[in-house]
Design a protein around this ligand. Structure first.
Ligand code: ATP
Ligand code: LTN
Length: 332
């Protein structure tokens, strides 16, 4: 079975950047790749690389599971599971650490950013995070990995490690390919459009959460930072705020940016922002109503159990194969 694999960390509520950069893409890919099985997981082992409140973490894991489905993923050819329920992820991370160089991890920009932002002790796990991620992907022989642009460097490392293992031990892993969405791979902050929209940004006005009520969504978009010019054109350098809103509208409506520029050639910023707000609200409304029923539904647990069982079987086989190739344990 060919797999497409991706994960999202349960760290705070999902925002529009994560939705457009990753979840919306999964939904579309289910049609583009009708032969593949999708394995999407909640990356809770990644979340604890930075200290978390346990009750908050548990709540967010469940919320994320319900949101994944509320966003429109079809349940056939889909395994949704929680990373920590499959011990093979932790096992694989150790095995792959033996094939990863310190220098490679020291170059990871996400580590450098996150370590800089943290005031107290930076954990060793934050440093080795990309190896855990490589394991998440290689365990399932993923052919494609749909992620936002910020994960490109981690995927490159995954490919390098896979090739290194294959050249030392013979064919063990499929070397995965990156799949970023054409539009929306990097949604920017509403208040500082030079930075990506992020759930860890202390400024709440910088983002829209998928569960935000309509009046708040409208308020956030109408007060998004723009510029003193009046034209609605895509110019990332000089008009990062307007360009970001154009990208959002294009990703939400599937209308190309060029066509949107023509459509809004005579409009002012207020009219344009209202159109963006309408598109966001139209997208979020059905997601929010499906979410409200899914979060209470015991079927969600049954689906997570089935996802875990499928993932566990595949993952255990891969760990056993690598253990064998490395000469670990006893001969069977
Ligand atoms: P954050 O930086 O917001 O705290 P993160 O990027 O470290 O979160 P996740 O929330 O796990 O971690 O990211 C989930 C997915 O969403 C990844 O594929 C990531 O590339 C994508 N993503 C996150 N933020 C954005 C964004 N602003 N624009 C597009 N894609 C994004
Ligand atoms: N590091 C990713 C989340 C993640 C992931 C993965 C994505 C963990 N393991 C495997 C794709 C495949 C992030 O978005 N922060």
């Amino acid at each position: 079975m060919k797999h497409i694999v991706s994960g999202i960390q349960p760290t705070g509520s999902l925002n529009l950047g994560t939705y457009l950069g990753s979840i919306r893409n999964f939904v579309k890919l289910q049609d583009t790749y009708p032969e593949h099985h999708f394995m999407l997981f909640i990356a809770d082992l990644h979340a604890i690389t930075i200290p978390r409140d346990r009750l908050e973490l548990r709540k967010t894991i469940r919320e994320l599971a319900a949101l994944y489905l509320a966003c429109g993923l079809r349940q056939e050819r889909l395994s949704l599971f929680i990373q920590s329920e499959i011990p093979a992820h932790s096992q694989m991370a150790h095995l792959l650490q033996c094939f990863t160089y310190m220098g490679e991890l020291e170059r990871m920009t996400q580590f450098k950013d996150k370590a800089r932002r943290q005031e107290t002790g930076v954990s060793a796990a934050l440093f080795t995070y990309p190896v855990l991620m490589a394991g998440d992907i290689l365990l399932y022989d993923a052919e494609y990995v749909p992620v936002g642009e910020d994960q490109t460097q981690h995927l490159e490392l995954t490919r390098d490690v896979a090739e290194r293992v294959n050249s030392r031990l013979g064919d063990v892993f499929t070397v995965p390919k990156l799949l970023t969405p054409k539009v929306g791979a990097r949604i920017m902050s509403l208040t500082e459009p030079a930075q990506k929209m992020s759930k860890s940004d202390p400024n709440e006005k910088s983002r829209i959460l998928l569960l935000d009520p309509e009046p708040l969504v409208r308020k956030r978009i109408m007060s998004a930072v723009t510029d003193s010019d009046t034209r609605i054109i895509y110019d990332k350098e000089n008009k990062p705020g307007i360009s970001n809103l154009l990208v959002m509208l294009s990703a939400l409506t599937d209308v190309p940016i060029k066509a949107l520029e023509e459509q809004f050639a005579q409009a002012n910023y207020g009219t344009f922002k209202k159109a963006v707000a309408d598109a966001v609200v139209d997208t979020l409304k059905p997601i929010q109503s499906r979410y409200q029923s899914l979060i209470k539904d015991p079927e969600l647990d049954a689906f997570l159990d089935a996802g875990r069982d499928y993932a566990e079987k595949v993952a255990m086989r891969k760990v056993a194969k690598l253990n064998h190739k490395l000469g670990l344990g006893r001969k069977r």
